[in-house]
Design a protein around this ligand. Structure first.
Ligand code: F6P
Length: 502
């Protein structure tokens, strides 16, 4: 954060020392500030009152935002300018859900035509209008993809499983490990299985090898090469490679180059979600995200909730020395959220040079990890309560009045609240002989609660985190839209593989 003057930086550091001092209160005590930090956005209740801030922290953080280039970067982002500087690409995923009102109308129209096209395909598969080579209804869909071409898709399908009606079963293949591949294929019948190959580049090794294996499996059993044309579809920016693989043009759904992998869930790569819950509910998922975009576009300063969250992130990671962000989900349906957020936050913001290519003189995104309550309480919460590492956390819970067994839901939520309370307040036995029971508390965290986990709420939650990621990257002055760090390992793996495979 080179834009901060030495004086400003010293002010922030001094303030952080004050907040972290043992005698300092470990939670927001001012009731009106507590209320101001408890916010609502598109079906999400976001309560930041257990962060370690007071009015003056917020003033200092607001000042930090105002001195940064964030506003300018955001303007370029919304206008569809190339914010991904190293690849000279705009980042248009918001436009996929109609969240970029300033984008040129022709492009918006094209996006809507493309969306109708893949949703029509989804409905035709679901209704049986499009069938297998021998006129059977597709009962199973295998989505082959990895990283951004997989994580958001599986998260959404899993979260919304109870919203699925007549859709086919959706399976995911991402790792190059043969066992999950074999386990899955042996359960399927080629004549009722549709494969979706999701790869922006159509060249990622894992996806390429798994798709080739699936194609061989299909052809060995069906024999006739032409029959494959009904059974493989591609979601890609590289239609030529898809056609060379044997997928006909009508089965290729384009993905614009301006849609980064980790945001691809909003594009044709969201097809498995539409196949599972149908296009109407899929559009509710988009609508939840669009409502958050509307907020992102229209609000500024501390009224912009993702910006406030990102400023609190900078406060926690750069000044309160929190080395990790724990994502603690109190609902089994959200079990894949930590992995999805790992990719979103860490692939976007795991950078160490600024947008102009200079070495960052400050730390950027810390490690994101997490899991599910209540299981996590019997695993890593011991360290969270009594360990020595400083961390920040997000608790995510669902009120869920429709839970089939209310008692279980009440237990889940009682545990979530209890953990949040102890993490904030700690517990002091005031007796040396029982010091092993002391809990320090004072861990900054946010409580996110939704009344239900429907398509709209899930869309809102994912878009909220996308915008937080954007703001963090802009505040750190890094390019959140590229991922060069992962390329080198891929190249080396190719030559090692050639040795191993001799
Ligand atoms: O390895 C990282 C990455 O490039 C991600 O950014 C991307 O989502 C994933 O690989 C898969 O890439 P593709 O969609 O091109 O197969």
């Amino acid at each position: 954060m080179r834009y901060l003057t030495r004086k400003k930086l010293a002010e922030l550091e001094l303030h952080a020392k004050r907040v972290l001092a043992p005698e300092s209160a470990h939670q927001v005590e001012d009731i009106s500030l507590q209320e101001r930090l408890h916010l609502q956005i598109a079906g999400l209740s976001i309560d930041h009152s257990r962060q370690l801030v007071d009015e003056s922290t917020l003033d200092i953080l607001l000042n930090l935002y105002q001195q940064s280039n964030t506003k300018k970067i955001r303007a370029s982002y919304l206008e569809g300018e190339p914010v991904n500087l190293t690849e000279d690409l705009a980042s248009l995923h918001m436009a996929m859900r109609d969240g970029m009102p300033e984008l040129n109308p022709q492009l918006r129209q094209q996006i809507s035509i493309d969306r109708e096209h893949y949703l029509k395909f989804a409905e035709s598969i679901r209704s049986g209008a499009i069938r297998s080579y021998n006129n059977k209804i597709f009962t199973d869909v295998v989505h082959i993809g990895i990283g951004g071409s997989h994580l958001g898709q599986e998260l959404a399908v899993e979260c919304l499983k109870d919203r699925r009606d007549k859709g086919p079963n959706i399976h995911f293949l991402s790792n190059i490990d043969s066992r999950p591949l074999m386990d899955l294929l042996q359960k399927l019948k080629p004549e009722t299985t549709l494969f979706l190959v999701a790869s922006k580049s159509f060249s990622t090794t894992e996806t390429k090898i798994n798709s080739m294996r699936a194609k061989a499996w299909f052809l060995e059993r069906v024999g006739d090469k032409d029959s494959m044309t009904n059974h493989f579809s591609a979601l890609t920016s590289n239609p030529r490679a898809a056609q060379e693989f044997g997928i006909p043009e009508k089965m290729v759904f384009p993905l614009m180059p301006e849609i980064g992998g980790r945001f691809s869930v909003w594009s044709s790569a969201g097809l498995p979600i539409a196949l599972s819950i149908g296009s109407k509910k899929y559009m509710e998922f988009h609508e939840g995200a669009r409502m958050v975009d509307e907020h992102f576009v229209s609000q500024d300063n501390l009224s912009n909730i993702p910006l406030l969250t990102a400023l609190l992130g900078v406060w926690n990671y750069n000044f309160l020395n929190c080395h990790t962000l724990a994502v603690l989900c109190y609902d089994q349906r959200l079990r894949l959220l930590p992995q999805y957020l790992q990719q979103l936050f860490m692939e976007c913001n795991g950078k160490s040079v600024t947008r102009s290519g200079e070495e960052c003189e400050y730390s950027t995104m810390p490690v994101v990890w997490g899991g599910q309550g209540t299981g996590g309480q019997h695993a890593y919460h011991q360290l969270l309560h009594q360990g020595t590492s400083a961390f920040a956390a997000d608790f995510i819970a669902i009120t869920d009045k429709d839970d089939p067994i209310a008692e279980h839901r009440n237990w889940l939520n009682a545990h979530a609240r209890a953990q949040s309370k102890v993490m904030s307040e700690g517990w002091n036995r005031d007796s040396n002989s029982e010091s092993f029971k002391n809990i320090r508390g004072g861990h900054p965290h946010t409580n996110i609660v939704m009344n239900q986990l429907g398509p709209s709420e899930l869309g809102s939650l994912m878009a909220y985190y996308e915008h937080v990621t954007f703001y963090l990257g802009a505040l750190w002055d890094i390019n959140s839209f590229d991922q060069w760090g992962v390329e080198r390992g891929k190249t080396i793996a190719n030559s090692i593989f050639n040795e191993l495979n001799k």
